[in-house]
Write a protein that binds this ligand. Sequence first.
Ligand SMILES: NC(=O)c1ccc[n+]([C@@H]2O[C@H](COP(=O)([O-])OP(=O)(O)OC[C@H]3O[C@@H](n4cnc5c(N)ncnc54)[C@H](O)[C@@H]3O)[C@@H](O)[C@H]2O)c1
Ligand SMILES: [Fe+2]
Length: 401
Amino acid sequence: MTRNVWEYFSTQNIVFGNGSIHNLDKLLKRFEAKNVFLITDQGIVQAGILKKVKEQLALHNYEVVVYDQAVPEPPISSVMEAFEFAKSQMETDVIIGLGGGSSIDLAKVVALLMEHGGHPRDYFEEGNVPGPVAPLIAIPTTAGTGSEVTSVAVVNDTENNIKVGISDNYLRPAVALLDPELTVGLPPYVTACSGIDALSHAIESYTAKDFKHIDAEGTILFQGAFPITDALAEKAIELIVNNLTIAVQQGSNIEARGNMMLGSLLAGLAFSNAGNALAHAAAYPIGGLVNSPHGEVTGLLMAYVMRYNVATSKDKMVKIAKIFDLDRDDKTTTELAYAAADAVLNLLEEIGLPTKLSQLGIKEANLEEIADKSLSIERLIRNNPRVPRKDSLMKLLKEAY
Ligand SMILES: NC(=O)c1ccc[n+]([C@@H]2O[C@H](COP(=O)([O-])OP(=O)(O)OC[C@H]3O[C@@H](n4cnc5c(N)ncnc54)[C@H](O)[C@@H]3O)[C@@H](O)[C@H]2O)c1
Ligand SMILES: [Fe+2]
């Protein structure tokens, strides 16, 4: 084990800016692509976004096949349906994932199956993707998951009542194309859920355990937070804290939309290197039990996990409190650290999101199953700065209940 080695991974190419959708042709040319398979969902069709993107493709005569039946929080059955459809089509040079995290994650798993075959379960958890996946361009329309740059795809394993991540650097899209103008019509509630998810990514990676695990050949198996992810996460927290409420309340404020999209991008780059932690570990089994949007769950849990983590991460919690501009009165550092957690709760209320698990339809009788299943998600639990045992996790969940 060595402490001072770290390794940063990223998507090869990130294009960002208002109107950047016009760069699509240039990006496709890099792949010498003619045949495009585009994956999206009905919300994107109805918002007129698919039409915009298809216009760009038509201008340059691409052959385009569209699968527009992606569903939020994609179950495995939906992945298999999209994959079968993709296989039944002509040759595909490039896959485009257009939408929020649900459509982009679906596109990632289809790109994986197109290249390596099999079933999503063959690749669950970390490091099980054998090699590069089919070329993928991700075009996000929410500012939240960061999926356009991350190494993760999340699917709902409905047979086992749990959401599961497939995590591997090969899953990072080759290109992330971020145009904030595509997010102006995002409804306030989705803006709130996806934005608070981005904040939870930033906070979880910022406070991720600074602990390196390196095998005998020098390969970094797990690394937690390091200077690059700290810088990314800090900037992401600042952008999100200062812009989320504006984006929820004034959807057409393009400056706030742009800052949210940048914040979610930076948070995605941070957490896909430093890792998420306990709030996400507990969100996976909850996501398998109730039909809540992912961010509704992670944002709520984040506030309680922050309180729990003060014992090990006071300095970073104090920095978060300063970003929230809470260091004006004479507070002790411990008070400031707890104030950071309270500020996340206040933010949830301000943007109209639930602050208790009972509001999501979770029953008290579910808490033990949630604790057991969360603790089994090793890649997220080991990353939390304070590693929970079952009794302390039950206490945390009861507080959040
Ligand atoms: N891969 C990752 O790194 C990662 C990280 C966090 C979460 N996730 C996953 O991402 C999913 C959540 O993604 P999300 O929060 O982006 O939401 P989403 O993709 O589920 O979209 C939510 C709804 O908003 C609609 N929508 C999206 N953009 C729109 C726009 N611009 N205008 C109008 N409607 C629009 C969609 O049609 C959908 O109905 C979950 O499955 C979660 O587990 C993935
Ligand atoms: Fe998340």
